[in-house]
Design a protein around this ligand. Structure first.
Ligand SMILES: NC(=O)c1ccc[n+]([C@@H]2O[C@H](COP(=O)([O-])OP(=O)(O)OC[C@H]3O[C@@H](n4cnc5c(N)ncnc54)[C@H](OP(=O)(O)O)[C@@H]3O)[C@@H](O)[C@H]2O)c1
Length: 317
């Protein structure tokens, strides 16, 4: 068994797990230059997955990532246009995945948005951060579930969460904040990240006995990805997440993108996790203790599952 830690990089994790990456079919959402998803794709490439499906909103953006990576001829790279803010787009993307492959070994769900400044609803009438960070992934995962369950090695689903989920007051009775009346961008982000944990646990409960594993991964604090695009530097300083000179406050540990991406790779491929049920991971290891109590509560797991089914208008299990 390999030990992975806070400072492990994506390259180190992928090298240690190389034989479990080779020949696998892997989906990564959120692949654009500078994103954690892009770093995961880069780190996996030398280890020759059989099929690598790289998904994001724009084909052009994904191609910029693809063109920088040296893929082996053993790897078939599929570029997938996917707008998680549109249930129709998610359904179309799922159809393509079902066409392209008979099994999926891992889906790493890194796509996300943070702190959308003004209350925004998707074309389906759902608050943007809940929709992109949770609901779109909920639908995609369930639509391709037959392929995940067909994995010879046990399918893995890896939603990316955040320590920011602890700032949330989860209200599954009203994910639209009374049509925006009391919208708070950090609550909305935080609760959508809490939903990532609840979703991983819900998957485990429903499909764990059929070999599926799901780990919600907190990548840590990574500066320099696109996630902060909606947040001014002054706001980070006010929040105490940044010193006025741009340096990190004492005790506030930042990671590189490669360190942030590593735990996702461990979650998706480490065979030592095969018997690990319903878990949250950070710093390369399982740590359910990092989750806020609401994000582990059985009633919330079930409520989120039922609400999500209602919103996508489809029953899964
Ligand atoms: N970075 C951190 O410090 C940090 C900390 C804790 C948790 N996380 C979590 O880690 C994950 C990855 O974050 P990151 O830092 O890599 O952020 P990022 O650089 O902003 O990447 C996010 C990705 O999601 C895509 N995306 C946004 N909206 C989408 C939509 N509607 N449909 C499909 N794709 C969409 C983006 O595509 P576009 O380029 O088209 O927008 C981009 O590829 C997120 O779930 C985040 O919550 C990050």
């Amino acid at each position: 068994m390999t030990n992975f830690g806070f400072e492990t990089t994506s390259d180190e994790a992928a090298t240690a797990l190389s034989s479990y990456i080779q020949g696998r079919t892997v989906i990564i959402t959120g692949v654009t230059e500078g994103s954690l998803g892009a770093d995961i794709a880069r780190a996996l490439a030398p280890h020759m997955p059989a099929i690598l499906i790289l998904a994001s909103r724009s084909k052009e953006k994904i191609m910029k990532v693809v063109n920088r990576i040296q893929f082996s001829s053993e790897t078939k790279v599929q570029v997938l246009e996917l707008d998680l803010a549109s249930l129709a787009s998610v359904r179309a993307a799922a159809e393509k995945i079902l066409d392209w492959t008979t099994s999926v070994d891992a889906i790493m769900e890194t796509a996300g948005v943070m702190a959308v400044p003004d209350f925004t609803k998707t074309e389906d009438g759902v608050e943007m951060q809940f929709a992109v960070n949770h609901l779109g992934h909920f639908l995609l995962t369930n639509l391709i579930m037959p392929r995940l369950l067909a994995s010879q090695t046990g399918g893995r689903v890896v939603p990316f969460t955040s320590a920011g989920h602890k700032q949330a007051v989860l209200n599954l009775e009203d994910v639209n904040f009374k049509n925006g009346e009391y919208y708070n961008k950090w609550w909305a982000y935080g609760s959508s990240k809490g939903c990532n944990i609840l979703f991983a646990l819900g998957l485990d409960q429903r499909f764990g006995n059929r070999g599926l594993r799901s780990f919600a991964v907190d990548p840590g604090v990574i500066v320099g990805t696109g996630l902060s695009r909606n947040v001014e530097k002054t706001e980070f300083i006010e929040l105490g997440w940044l010193n006025p000179d741009g340096s990190a406050p004492a005790g506030f540990i930042q990671k590189s993108a490669a360190q942030g991406a590593a735990t996702g790779i461990v979650a998706a491929f480490d065979p030592a996790l095969a018997d690990q049920k319903g878990s949250v991971m950070e710093g390369g290891t399982v740590n359910n203790g990092m989750a806020a109590p609401y994000a582990l509560e059985r009633s919330n797991i079930d409520k989120l599952w039922e609400l999500s089914e209602e919103l996508v208008d489809q029953h899964f299990m």
